[in-house]
Design a protein around this ligand. Structure first.
Ligand code: GAL
Length: 667
């Protein structure tokens, strides 16, 4: 639903938890925030027990006070509904609100997200609370908008499989398939005697003895996503009734997969995002900045407009174990990177490191002591430097000439059957994004619903689950002059996750690609050689053994029993061209492919930089960011007028420069 409520202005902000600190401290906090340059705070997303300590006994006074105090310094508030953390009294009254996992075990109170999203009694609690909350705060002019829940889908590995979710799933299936015969056919239930006689026989997918039905699981994943969207909508309807003029947003998590963000985005006035470039999980040395850029490119494209960074890392992250400390300058460059990719507001998580609970080591701008240190000083400097730039660029977005398609159905399909143990659909999207990122070529990450015609070049990795409508859309795009790159395992499945049998692979895409794939090879514990006009490359995970029916060969496999067969092809179709990459190219090969295409199509790069230095542009401003710990050489065109600038031809470690150039005024 797009109600035309726009983000007015731009802000810097913090996520604030006044309820964790004595009231006597609040004034100091607000003063320090003001000095830092804070315009907005987000509050109350986990404070249900403090706001309704007993049923129908609302205790909104402390939050009113905090809002007033902030407002006295000109700081606005975003309030959140607390449905991600139902209080103990609700759980005690109705314990089966606690979700059930795929092993049929209950997950208990004591953390967060301990709620089933279908449970009718939980919905009643939400209805009551959000109505009272909206009525009380809805008229307050110091509250500019709402965030519903927090990171919907987070912690819900398999969502909930309780009887309420199960019966909701049955209704969802009934609405989709109308009768059980159709469902049996679409799910291929003749296999292993899985046919149902009625919808009541269907269970929420739990742990099995051996194997699971890929079609059933795909529908379950889609159902879970729809349930989350419905859970959000259930609350947004109530808030909009009480405060129609205030915006509603939600803090998404990049490429998280539990909810289809395009669907969730439809209920928002604008998208918000959470970003932790150096999170404590995973390898601490791998450069996450390229992935963070991709996440922002996705967030911007969900509604094709600016987004907010609602949680931007502001210190060391950690729960039980900790991540690396952000290096001097890194907090600032992460915020600038978000802005460069389309954020109009950056809110830092969190204001002050909490002294209690699970997140004692998830560091805020202020340390436990509350005494401002390096994080505070660095962010204060960045905010002062960027505020005038924000005033100019707000409302503008980069307008790339290349797009990469990202789809939740493909993500679910490949998760259900990854083929190769290391194959990940999101990683495929990211390696193509990386090839553009390294060349400083702006790129959008878009849904299948987007108008493709605005892109000179479209990359659609692994179009595994393919509807006739989408196949037709790709064909039309190419016919009318588009340049489309499709990759391995495309056109394999229909929308029910059944293998296509009426046509040889790549199914409905065979015509536009001018090829057939009678055989393939899953590259377990090995890789394959590819040669392209004499140059040698390596490819991994998968080889399609291609027969050309009209396309020409660009690169060929040069090892294995299919040596000499095409690995990358090109087909002239109508006024455009369809390329096919029948393997997972390693970095050099993908770099060459994207370089050749970009050069040929004159898709402009914003400049050549050393690895780890990015250039991004929006609204007439160019942002150069050094994500490395070395001083890097840069060469800046004479037309770029320095705005935030420290050296002429170098950029310091973890530093940013901002320039102005009318050529980049792309709205
Ligand atoms: C985010 C979440 C925050 C906070 C933070 C640190 O994912 O939205 O509420 O928990 O992580 O753990």
């Amino acid at each position: 639903m797009n109600r035309g409520i726009e983000m007015k202005g731009f802000y810097f902000g913090v996520d604030y938890y006044p309820e964790h600190w004595p009231k006597a401290r609040w004034k100091t906090d607000v003063k320090l925030m003001k000095d830092l340059g804070v315009d907005v705070v987000r509050m109350a997303e986990f404070s249900w027990s403090k706001l309704e300590p007993r049923k129908d006994e609302y205790n909104f006074g402390w939050l009113d006070e905090a809002i007033e105090l902030l407002a006295s310094q000109g700081i606005k508030t975003i309030l959140c509904t607390p449905s991600a953390a139902p209080p103990a009294w609700i759980i005690r009254e109705t314990p089966d609100i606690q979700p059930t996992d795929i092993e049929g075990r209950r997950r208990y109170f004591g953390g967060r997200h301990h709620n089933c999203q279908s449970h009718p009694v939980y919905r009643e609690h939400i209805q009551r609370y959000v109505t009272a909350f909206g009525a009380h705060f809805g008229k307050n002019p110091n509250i500019i908008g709402w965030q519903i829940d927090n990171e919907l889908g987070n912690s819900h590995a398999d969502l909930c499989t309780c009887p309420y979710c199960e019966s909701r799933f049955r209704l969802w299936l009934q609405a989709k398939y109308c009768n059980i015969e159709t469902l049996n056919r679409k799910w291929g239930n003749a296999f292993w005697s899985q046919e149902y006689r009625c919808f009541d026989e269907i269970q929420a997918p739990k742990i099995t003895v051996a194997g699971r039905n890929p079609s059933a699981i795909l529908d379950w994943r889609r159902f879970c996503s729809d349930l989350i969207v419905d859970f959000h909508q259930f609350q947004s309807v109530i808030l909009r009734k009480n405060a129609p003029e205030k915006f509603i947003t939600h803090n998404m998590m990049g490429f998280a997969d539990k909810v289809n963000y395009y669907d969730l985005g439809a209920d928002l006035d604008f998208v918000s995002s959470d970003s932790y470039p150096v999170i404590f999980m995973g390898k601490q040395n791998s450069p996450k900045y390229a992935r963070v850029a991709a996440e922002s490119d996705l967030m911007r494209c969900i509604k094709d407009k600016n987004f907010w960074m609602m949680e931007q890392q502001s210190g060391i992250t950690g729960w039980e174990i900790l991540g690396r400390a952000p290096k001097p300058g890194q907090l600032g460059i992460w915020a600038v990177q978000a802005i460069a990719h389309g954020a109009d507001t950056v809110v830092f998580f969190r204001w002050r490191t909490c002294a209690m609970g699970t997140e004692q080591y998830w560091h805020g701008i202020l340390p436990h002591s509350g005494i401002p240190g390096r994080n505070y000083t660095e962010l204060k400097e960045m905010i002062a430097e960027m505020r005038p730039v924000m005033a100019e660029v707000q409302g503008t977005v980069p307008k790339p000439e290349a797009g990469i398609v990202f789809s939740y159905d493909q993500e679910y399909g490949i998760q259900i059957q990854p083929h190769h143990p290391d194959l990940s659909y999101t990683e495929q999207v990211l390696i193509y994004h990386m090839a553009f990122y390294k060349k400083n070529i702006p790129v959008d990450i878009i849904s299948e619903q987007t108008d493709f015609s605005k892109y000179k070049l479209l990359i659609a990795p692994i179009q595994y689950i393919l509807s006739p409508t989408l196949a037709d859309k790709y064909e039309k795009y190419v016919k009318s002059g588009g340049n489309l790159v499709l990759t391995m395992r495309s056109g394999v499945k229909d929308e029910s996750n059944l293998c296509v049998t009426k046509l040889p692979l790549p199914g409905l895409l065979g015509k536009v690609l001018g090829l057939e794939i009678p055989e393939y090879d899953c590259l377990r514990d090995t890789s394959v050689q590819v040669s392209w006009k004499g140059e040698k490359y390596t490819a991994e995970k998968w080889s399609d053994i291609i027969t050309l029916t009209g396309a020409e060969m660009l690169a060929q496999f040069s090892s294995e029993f299919y040596s000499g067969y095409p690995a990358i092809t090109k087909n002239q179709y109508g006024n455009g061209r369809a390329f096919y990459v029948g393997t997972e190219p390693t970095e050099d090969l993908i770099d060459r492919l994207i370089k050749e295409l970009a050069d040929e199509l004159t898709i402009a790069s914003l400049g050549k930089t050393p690895d780890g230095v990015e250039i991004t542009a929006r609204g007439g401003y160019v942002f150069v960011i050094n994500h490395t710990e070395q001083i890097q050489k840069i060469s800046v065109p004479a037309s770029w007028e320095p705005i935030v600038f420290h050296n002429a031809d170098t950029i310091a470690p973890y530093a940013y420069h901002v320039y102005k150039d009318k050529a980049y005024f792309i709205l």
